[in-house]
Design a protein around this ligand. Structure first.
Ligand code: ADP
Length: 585
């Protein structure tokens, strides 16, 4: 692929939005042209006024010139307003659309993507990079068109007035865009460092305050204060170095601008004395010179906006072009009511080459309750993850209702599977909304029922605001068991065809767990459930129990059969019975 083609492809991300908002772009560019044409005739009018004064023309002529000048200034200002009103608005719309596009894409990505990418980096894409792209497509586009036009017209007038003076004026100005670009990039990289340090500082404070109990329990207050103070000092230092650079910026601009002015003063003055130029000419010349100063500075500034914007766009594109391995393909069209039959056929699975499931063959019929036990790391959660299509099946096949899981439409599949895990994620919202997350249109009665089944209702009654209690960030105001039961209520509220509880009651006492299981069994009537647990008591009543050892099904049968078998399961059962007895002593 040629470089040009790759670059074009890269800019496609924003080009489609330029097309969408082309009326703003065209309106903006027309405003740029009109505003410049009007403002740029003003120095020429000044020349005419001076020449008219010199030639003792009647005051009415001069008044006309003045009125013309005022009119041009007002109209030019109006078009400048429209220029910003259109192009900057367009950039805000593009930013809005692009932010939604990025977030929409991120939310589709599979867990493996999040294992490889830090959340902080993704946040940076959504904030800093997005802002850099906005600056490129908004102010960048606006100033470059303004600059090109202003420079072209001004130089034309300046050359017309005096070629030699124009060349003298340009010499000091050539350095200006180069200096602006260099200093601009340095300012940018230093302010990025300031931002990074600031986010390190705030996350350090946040972590310490959130984990205040640990800090106190380990008497780490002094150490933490010292660490915070070091970070804070580094932050101040970076800020000072940024301020120093910003301090250099303006005087540098002024220096080169003044040099240009002085050169014109000297050589222009000489020419006026010699009579080669009129006073009007030199006044007009200064007028144009003052007008090109900002565009000359803008060249350097816009170049750095473009460089930054392009680099940010590359990073954003990386996200937008990375596809989720489980995203719906053309054949993933199946979206029927799920009956709940599950079949694993010679299924093996590996994370980054290390095998965690080995040749699993298993059929679960609709309505069966299946228990899955085994040591930590034996592959139980991976089975649950494959069933919810969080990862793509690699070797062998997985069928749901005799349909290959790859052919199920992702949304339809996930809507019909309820899933609760050991470490549930609760949003900082009310208990009610956290439960409703499992079924957007759930009625109050359904919410009450789900919380009753999850043995959560009694707890909620003790909360000050009942179902309206806000659970705090990640549910920190709830106990581990309450969080798990909220997640169970969320998983069952949509009456899923398959319910997966992945160690979802590990923080719930055995008695409450038994109650939950009993209620679930009656409510799930005819639905399939997969109960993953490290506790035998959680799976005892299952229709089949699978014992997973090192990624393979080592034992399979009912509780009684497996006890009689006297294998791994019986061993686990005995050790847990012994633990219970010891606890009761
Ligand atoms: P269990 O639920 O039985 O504890 P898991 O299915 O969670 O077992 O894990 C099986 C193995 O796969 C473990 O060795 C674990 O470290 C590894 N594993 C789990 N998830 C990932 C992942 N996202 N990336 C890499 N390895 C993983």
């Amino acid at each position: 692929m040629s470089k040009k083609h790759t670059e074009k492809k890269q800019f496609e991300t924003v080009l489609k939005y330029f097309k969408k908002y082309k009326r703003y772009l065209i309106g903006g560019l027309i405003s740029v042209v009109l505003s410049n044409c009007l403002i740029l005739i003003m120095p020429y009018i000044s020349k005419l006024i001076f020449d008219a004064l010199k030639n003792n023309e009647p005051s009415s002529v001069i008044l006309n010139y003045v009125l013309l000048s005022v009119g041009a200034a007002v109209l030019s200002g109006l078009f400048r307003f429209f220029m910003r009103r259109t192009i900057i608005w367009m950039s805000r719309y593009i930013e809005y659309d692009l932010r939604n596009e990025i977030f929409g894409h991120l939310i589709q990505m599979s867990p493996s993507f999040y294992h490889q990418t830090r959340t902080g980096d993704l946040m940076a894409r959504m904030t800093n990079d997005l802002e850099a792209v906005r600056q490129m497509v908004g102010p960048g586009v606006m100033y470059i068109s303004d600059t090109i036009l202003k420079l072209t017209i001004s130089f034309a007038f300046m050359f017309y007035l005096s070629t030699s003076l124009t060349l003298y004026a340009i010499i000091p100005l050539v350095v200006l865009p180069l200096a602006v670009n260099k200093i601009g990039n340095m300012v940018h990289s230093r302010s990025m460092k300031v931002q990074e340090k600031f986010s390190e500082l705030t996350s350090n404070a946040q972590e310490n305050l959130a984990g205040i109990r640990v800090v106190k329990a380990y008497c780490q207050e002094e150490n933490e204060v010292a660490h915070f103070s070091t970070l804070s000092k580094m932050y101040i230092k970076l800020n000072m170095s940024l301020a120093k650079l910003q301090g250099v910026f303006v005087p540098t601009m002024r220096l080169f601008a003044s040099l240009s002015y002085l050169t014109v003063f000297y050589f222009g003055g000489l020419q006026v004395i010699k009579g080669n130029l009129s006073l009007g000419d030199i006044v007009a010349f200064f007028g144009y010179l003052s007008m090109i100063l900002w565009p000359v500075i803008a060249i350097g500034w816009v170049t750095s906006l473009y460089q930054r914007g392009k680099a940010s766009l590359e990073r954003i594109n990386k996200i937008l072009h990375s596809n989720s391995p489980v995203a719906d393909t053309e054949t993933a069209t199946y979206e029927q009511q799920m009956l709940g039959k599950i079949e694993f056929r010679n299924l093996s699975f590996a994370y980054n080459g290390s095998k965690v499931l080995k040749n699993i063959n298993l059929t679960i019929n609709p309505g069966q309750m299946v228990g899955l036990v085994g040591k930590t790391g034996s592959g139980k959660s991976t089975i649950a993850a494959l069933l919810t299509k969080l990862f793509k099946v690699q070797t062998g096949q997985l069928f749901i209702d005799d349909v290959d899981i790859n052919n199920w439409k992702l949304d339809s599949l996930r809507q019909q599977i309820g899933f609760a895990t050991q470490e549930p994620f609760l949003f900082s919202d009310t208990v009610r909304e956290n439960i409703r997350y499992g079924k957007a249109d759930a009625t109050e009665i359904e919410i009450q029922l789900a919380s009753d089944i999850a043995a959560l209702k009694k707890d909620i009654q003790t909360f000050q605001d009942g179902f309206d209690t806000v659970v705090g960030e990640r549910g920190i105001t709830l106990s581990g068991g309450q969080k798990q039961r909220t997640a169970i209520a969320r998983a069952i509220i949509g009456k899923p065809s398959i319910l997966i509880l992945d160690d979802a009651t590990s923080a719930v006492d055995t008695e409450t767990e038994h109650q939950i299981n009993e209620k679930i069994t009656t409510v799930l009537n005819g639905r399939t459930s997969l109960i993953i647990s490290h506790r035998v008591s959680s799976v005892k009543d299952a229709d089949i129990i699978l014992y997973l050892e090192d990624g393979a099904v080592a034992e399979q049968g009912t509780h009684e059969e497996l006890i009689a078998n006297n294998g791994y399961y019986a061993e686990l059962y005995k050790s847990q019975l012994l633990e219970e007895e010891l606890e009761q002593l």
